[in-house]
Design a protein. Sequence first.
Length: 157
Amino acid sequence: MTVKALNFTTEARLKELVEDWTAELCLSLEQNYLDYHKRMITSNYERYNGVRSDLSDYAKEQLDAIENGTFRGKKFTFFEGKKYLKVIMNDYNDLTGKYDGRGVHCFINKFTGQVFKASSWKAPAKGVRFDMRIMRERDLMHNPNFTDWAGGYLYAR
């Protein structure tokens, strides 16, 4: 009896950890998108400054929004299903004034921490891409310089 209770506690703790790790992944993906957007806007601003004022003005507005914290970039959230945590990429909708889910980034097995590339809105692709229980792989997934908001790091290695 004591062993079963300990096993149940361990499984519950792992599930909590997987949720925490998934929240950290979402933050890493948001930072990766912010870095990507800043790099693209800066590049465009330097390339078109004085040549195309419409592009350089837009770039300046975007950079100002990033600096003052009003930038409405992509947000990543997750939802719990029966077996998986579904990581969703959300875009800001100017019509509704809030973020809407636009696509599934990945699925994470909430009992094991195994990460799968999304095959569709409802199902993961076959083959584990990462395992969050392995510290090295978890550290990579929490590094914005490794993760990719578009999911490139989830392709089979």
